[in-house]
Design a protein around this ligand. Sequence first.
Ligand code: C2E
Ligand code: MG
Ligand code: MG
Ligand code: MG
Length: 282
Amino acid sequence: EQAKRESLNLSFYQMSETYNIAQKLTLATELQLAIHNNDLHLFHQPQINLKDASVHGSEVLLRWQHPIHGFVSPDMFIRIAEDTGIINELTMWVLNTACQQLNTLVSKGYDQHSLSINISGKDIAMQNFLSKVKNILSHFNTPTHLLNFELTESVMVSDFQHLSNLMSKLSVMGIQVSVDDYGTGYSSLTYISQLPFNELKIDKSFILDLADSTRHQTIVKTTIDMAKSLKLKVVAEGVESAEIEKILTDCHCDLVQGYYYSKPLPFEQYLQWLENYTQQDK
Ligand code: C2E
Ligand code: MG
Ligand code: MG
Ligand code: MG
């Protein structure tokens, strides 16, 4: 175990961009093993409807329970998975598990609960992405209108025509698509308006300090107004206080997500959270 630790030689807080080639390869190999050893878990974080405080659905967030390092954040391994091509297998594992969990939610009566899944640009670029998705959805008989794919702005700078075709097909299938981390990339709302997006997620860097930053308040308010005129639903991520929630309510933001409501939870715990939360409603 000591040898393993030394071979990986990885500080827990080190970001993936600074790994050397040996570290990347070790991590990639371990990640591949993790897929087969059941060391991956999907955590769920609720998304709340601001209009009536109901639960709209959850975002599924990948966690890797590393034998030595404990829970490793996706920020530390998604980049490596992308660079080494493992991401495609990883995404299909996520989709498989998410569809299974969606069926559990539906069977417990949460039949309007949506699931948001993060999709990498490398997945979009994959030739048989759509047929793989279709296989999984038909295997689980998934209600497609409850599925939402989150894409970051970075996917838009690559092959626009390919993305446009793919998104049309997802739209026909009934799958919703959001722009994730809006405001951190380079694309404009004009660019986004040319693609069939359903939803826009404002990046948490604009939300975390919303109560103290009048600049961010202006940006967020303007973004929400523009998104609405493009008929996009708006989600704010990184909501950590009632004060921030109040500002977003005043700006007519549709959905909110953040530690104020719940941290991402393991699925079983999330089911418990859901039950408690909806109990309070009644
Ligand atoms: P993201 O898609 O933008 O996910 C939101 C991140 O913000 C999550 O970090 C979540 O835990 C965190 N967050 C939510 N609410 C709050 C809050 O109130 N305060 C703060 N400070 N943070 C909050 P997480 O789970 O570490 O994921 C990081 C990123 O890794 C995700 O950002 C996403 O880009 C990527 N990721 C996660 N799971 C997957 C996956 O299954 N596939 C792919 N391709 N990427 C994933
Ligand atoms: Mg996301
Ligand atoms: Mg995000
Ligand atoms: Mg992010």
